[in-house]
Design a protein around this ligand. Structure first.
Ligand code: AMP
Ligand code: MG
Length: 431
């Protein structure tokens, strides 16, 4: 089954929101404009491989030697020279040498086999390894009944990678696979991008840090925690600036100071159309230029993106679900681009709706959804959670991803294919 067919436009870089919803900016365009504003972190540093986990490789790591560096045995057994097996079998050969992993290669004695252990260098002159279980050993001789194939059970030098090839390309986040390949190539230090300096500032006179008592009318600040968790990455150097009340003077001071100190300033709240939504005006008054606002996404319409000097400002909406969704869909992409992370796998998959749904056309909607399992054709089945609302932060905990309802859709039937953005791979169930 071709999962692309029903859409004809599945592209991990596009959001699926391609309707023209009047004055609103399509999500794709908001993302593209945001990416065009990115001024990548240029500074690099050299760090020990063992301290490089989660950092972004700034330049490719090259293999100085082939990988593996020498021909070696893939099995415990006996290395031999095929020309020593004259006539029809069975053949008997004396065991004339012994090679363990780590021993320097030795020549294979004429007319003899060499006892060899996995990973040991192949004796010069040997052209096959016979597995121990395919031989019968008596005293210092082995007997074999079947002629080995040339090159059998030999791992050739360079069969993983040739000398001079890239072991890991630039732009990779260093995880276990990358670290293993870099170490296998003998490289102990890597050049990585300097950490992205990001500041998080929440706005709202109603906000109280969790752990402190609430006065009437106040709420606990959820966004600072959402963004602290989202930005808790080895490639980000995050500053938590806490919450600032809706006082234009205090907000302007905090915003300008944050922009002066970091590459990326993320604020939440104060970007909508209410009387106390001051952020866009304050940003402009401080000399910033706004490039993105009023997005055709739900939640997330008030998302505002601008630049002040070399600093990118992301004004996320105040509602926690909207802050989370706009960060996930757009903010994270911009942050990754700022340190040159080259995405390797599509973020989105396709999934089928388990139940019909209705949607008001106009904005691309990101609905919290749960994965139910797989249909007979192997496509994921998802269930959109009931009555989403951009304040329902607890609902997000029950979701496993966001289903993208295209802007133009009015009703979608059960079984319809939608794009699905899973939250991550941690804590997945086995089935
Ligand atoms: P705003 O975008 O500032 O108008 O905020 C929209 C809604 O989100 C309001 O109900 C706010 O009280 C709520 N809100 C704003 N910031 C936060 C936050 N940091 N944590 C939890 N709720 C918030
Ligand atoms: Mg507010």
């Amino acid at each position: 089954m071709d999962l692309r067919a029903p859409f004809g436009r599945i592209d991990p870089d596009r959001c699926g929101c391609d309707a023209e919803p009047g004055a609103l900016m399509p999500v794709d365009e908001a993302l593209a404009r945001g990416l065009a504003l990115v001024d990548p972190v240029a500074r690099c540093e050299s760090v020990p491989l063992f301290r490089a986990t989660g950092r972004v490789l700034a330049e490719p790591v090259r293999a100085a030697l082939p990988l593996p560096p020498f021909d070696n045995a893939a099995m415990d057994g006996y290395a031999l020279r095929l020309s020593d097996l004259a006539g029809p079998g069975p053949w008997t050969l004396p065991v004339g040498a012994r090679m363990r992993a780590g021993d320097p290669p030795c020549p294979l004695p004429d007319g003899a086999a060499c006892r060899i252990l996995t990973g040991a260098a192949l004796p010069t002159g040997a052209d096959a390894v016979v597995a121990q279980e395919d031989t019968a050993r008596a005293n210092e001789t082995i007997r074999l009944d079947r002629r080995p194939a040339p090159g059998q059970h030999i791992r050739r030098a360079g069969d993983d990678l040739a000398a001079g090839e890239d072991v890991v390309p630039a732009g990779r986040l260093i995880g276990p696979r990358e670290a293993g390949a870099i170490a296998a190539a003998g490289v102990a230090r890597v050049r990585v991008r300097a950490r992205l300096r990001a500041a998080v500032l929440c706005t709202g006179s109603e906000l109280v840090p969790p752990g402190q008592p609430l006065a009437p009318g106040q709420i606990w600040d959820a966004n600072a925690a959402i963004l602290a968790a989202a930005l808790d990455q080895p490639w980000i150097d995050r500053t938590d600036l806490g919450a600032v009340p809706d006082d234009p003077e205090a907000l302007a001071k905090a915003l300008v100071a944050a922009c002066a100190q970091t590459n990326l300033v993320i604020t939440t709240g104060g970007v909508s159309v209410g009387d106390e939504d001051h952020m866009a005006r304050l940003f402009t008054e401080a000399g910033g230029v706004i490039h993105v606002m009023k997005i055709a996404m739900k939640p997330g319409k008030p998302l505002t993106i601008g630049r002040l000097g070399r600093t990118l400002w992301l004004g996320l909406p105040g509602n926690p679900v909207a802050a989370f969704v706009t960060w996930t869909v757009i903010g994270a992409r911009l942050a990754e681009a700022m340190v040159g992370i080259a995405p390797t796998i599509p973020r989105k998959t396709l999934a089928r709706l388990a139940a019909p749904l209705r949607h008001r056309p106009g904005r691309c909607e990101y609905r919290p959804a749960r994965v139910l399992g797989y249909c007979a054709q192997g496509t994921q089945m998802i269930e959109c959670l009931e009555a989403p609302g951009s304040h329902r932060v607890a609902l997000l905990v029950r979701a496993e991803g966001l289903a993208l309802i295209p802007a133009e859709a009015e009703a979608m039937s059960a079984g319809a294919l939608v794009e699905f953005l899973p939250f991550g791979t941690a804590h997945r169930k086995d089935t």
